[in-house]
Design a protein around this ligand. Sequence first.
Ligand code: B12
Ligand code: SF4
Length: 473
Amino acid sequence: MLNLTFAQNLPFPHFGLMSLSAVLQKHAISQSLIITNLEKKPARAILETEADLLAFYCYSGFFEKILQICKEVKANRKNTLVIVGGPHPTFSPEIINEEGIDMVCLGEGEGAMEELCSKLINGQEISHIPNLWVKNSKGINKNEIRPLIDDLDSLPMYNYSLYDQYPQINSSGELRVLGSRGCAYNCAYCHNQFMRKMYKKKGKWFRSISPEKLVDQIEVHTKKLKIKKIDFADDLWGTDKEWLTSFAKEYKKRINLPYFVSIRPNLVTEHTIGLLADSGCYCLSMGIESGNYNIRRQIMNRDITNDQILKAARIIKKHGIKLRTTSIMGLPGETYQEAVETVSVNIQAGSDYGMFYVAQPYPGTDLKNYAIEKGFLEKNIRSDSYDLLSLFDTPIRQIDPRVLRLHRFATFLVLFPFLFVFVKLIVQLPVPETINRLVTKFALAIIYKKTHQISFLVLFKHAMAYSKNLGRS
Ligand code: B12
Ligand code: SF4
């Protein structure tokens, strides 16, 4: 029996690990999971599982922390093999050179993990497994990537039970679901662009689970977990009209719970939004990204006009759906005036919840290349230069301080637009960053309370748990 320990930092279900866990269930493997941010001593918790194989999910912003944990595990149990997968190893596989890591997985991991585990169980050589870079005494084997999984219906259902030992994870009454992989678009700051290039000639990047199979999965989990709301975590919804029509019909008939999805302004039509509203969509997230058309087109590769954005917002609101907008500030070379336009367009769109991120030029994206080329970013930035939540900091340099000060007030301004005139004056002053950040946190708390429809007491409890978790490794 192989002892496999999955590990992740954040206290949310990760579809990647739930999928790996599901495909490995038919093998002679004992599986466990450690959520490092919920453990006082994460390495100790992993050691207690007596892992033969430690399989870590890795975001870019967490890599340094993960590395420390892996080193500690290996120092105490040298036979534990460590493999890391997920976004960061996919974009930066050279992390294999670090002591403490034996293998990295690039891209989809189902086939690779199945092959790896079965070879470990049978005592076979593991250096030549597609999708893996493997370190051994002779050096590093950089294997090819296998084709993409063409038919998502062929995969078993995500194993939500992986999180059973952390009862708080699946007990919120909200089920996060994923109906597709990839995206049909190519925005310059988004991982999809990199993934499409990496998988060139290896299959179609954007794939969906069939509407029937998706609704089957939701049905199983809603019954088991007493679910009241569904949150679709897909990158984007609504590209395939035929799929959407059958999904909406099937979902309404069998699930009929309020749900949340993301859409792009250019996909918003009366017909699409009508279908979504009728089948239970109560809130749509739509990317505005920047209020300035030139930035959107030239730096973000999003050729969408302000008119398209505002028209889409009107249609969404007309159908009684709440509108959550997302935008990015602190982009390379963005002027204060352009940042003001971003807030203004959010206000004009009548956004109910305006989320404003600070730009993170993630590895492998055109945004990162652009920022380096124009001198706004060092070539060799460390993975911990990224802001884990994309909420306050950025490795991008030479940002007008007024842009970041305005960013701190942006969510607040979407809630209270009449304060814009005062904020335009305040951002000219060197107000201490602690105060600015408090404003952002306050506005985000209001939004969180509104979206989750919770009392102030519950809000306070969540806020305490959240800040405690983020403080840990
Ligand atoms: C759903 C989602 C979430 C969910 C669930 C978490 C999760 N990771 O599953 C939530 C909402 C919690 C989340 C949070 C965050 N997310 Co997120 N999220 C996604 C999203 C949209 C889908 C991920 C997914 O489920 N894919 C489908 C599954 C099946 O694929 P997968 O996760 O890649 O896993 C496969 C492979 O990577 C591999 N694999 C994964 N792990 C492992 C481990 C091993 C050992 C092996 C061998 C293989 C392997 O095999 C898996 C199966 O094929 C992606 C974008 C995307 N489409 O990938 C962003 C993405 C992963 N998120 C990202 C980020 C940064 C975040 C945040 C940390 C910050 C932020 N501002 O968004 C937050 C945290 C916010 C908070 N509130 O604390 C970035 C990561 C960038 C990077 N370089 O690290 C992405 C790529 C989006 C982006 N901005 O470009 N996220
Ligand atoms: S539409 Fe959204 S998910 Fe798709 S590439 Fe652009 S930012 Fe990424």
